[in-house]
Design a protein around this ligand. Structure first.
Ligand code: CU
Length: 240
């Protein structure tokens, strides 16, 4: 994960330590005084409270304020500032082309059996939830398998999820460069006994830019479409 996110996570860990201890002793008390289901329900509540407080600290990281985004707030991060790739129609593209829109960037590949289609389905649902505001959101899907995912294959794939989605393609070198710039990890994994030949492990965070082109959020794969839509709505409201 990114340096910025690592710093946030470290800060969250440091700050959550006292709460964690309180939660641990609280759990001990519940176990000592409770019986059966009552005690386990209390344990569930304590664990839930701890999880919420950790999520809250990460979301509001280092800014000393109430959590405001479901996603990880990476405002001010100095990586993932721009890219130069081709879109699925062969046009040169950079981040500035999408000024005025909230832009989401996800790295994946067409043969992906799970994370990529799930991401694109979530994005489609996010646009549905945003209604008219969806016109001010640009979804970008960067292939980390440029050898197989040629632009002519990217286009029908991404637009099948939503006509506004754009696939980004680069040479092997350009793809590696963009992934480095975005602190994204990917790696081919040979598959024995599979017609697919290989899979590609990859980072599943979605990077989100505000309407001014500033990197703002890293969206975890686990977030729901409702949570992502709420975050994007906030960014769109900032943009007026
Ligand atoms: Cu994938």
């Amino acid at each position: 994960m990114s340096g910025a996110i690592d710093r946030c996570a470290q800060a969250a860990r440091a700050r959550v330590a006292p709460g964690g201890q309180r939660a641990a002793s609280g759990r001990g008390a519940a176990m000592a005084s409770g019986r059966g289901a009552g005690a386990s329900a209390r344990r569930g509540i304590v664990a839930g409270m701890l999880a919420l407080s950790v999520a809250g600290l990460i979301a509001g990281c280092d800014r000393g304020q109430a959590p405001s985004f479901h996603s990880i707030d990476v405002t001010g991060a100095e990586y993932a500032q721009d890219f130069r790739m081709r879109d699925h129609d062969g046009n040169a593209r950079e981040l500035g082309d999408f000024r005025g829109k909230v832009v989401t960037v996800f790295f994946g590949y067409l043969n992906c059996p799970d994370f990529c289609p799930m991401h694109l389905v979530r994005q489609r649902r996010v646009l549905e939830l945003l209604g008219d505001d969806a016109a001010r959101v640009q979804t970008l899907f960067v292939t980390v398998d440029p050898e197989r995912d040629r632009p002519e294959r990217l286009e029908p794939y991404v637009t099948a999820f939503h006509p506004s989605f754009i696939g980004l393609w680069g040479t092997q070198e350009q793809t590696e460069q963009m992934a480095r710039d975005f602190k994204v990890f990917y790696r081919k994994v040979e598959l024995k006994d599979s017609a697919m030949g290989y899979a590609v492990d990859h980072t599943t965070l979605t990077m989100v830019y505000d309407t001014e082109g500033r990197l703002r959020l890293a969206v975890r794969h686990e977030l729901t479409a409702e949570q992502v839509a709420a975050d994007l709505r906030r960014l769109l409201a900032e943009g007026g």
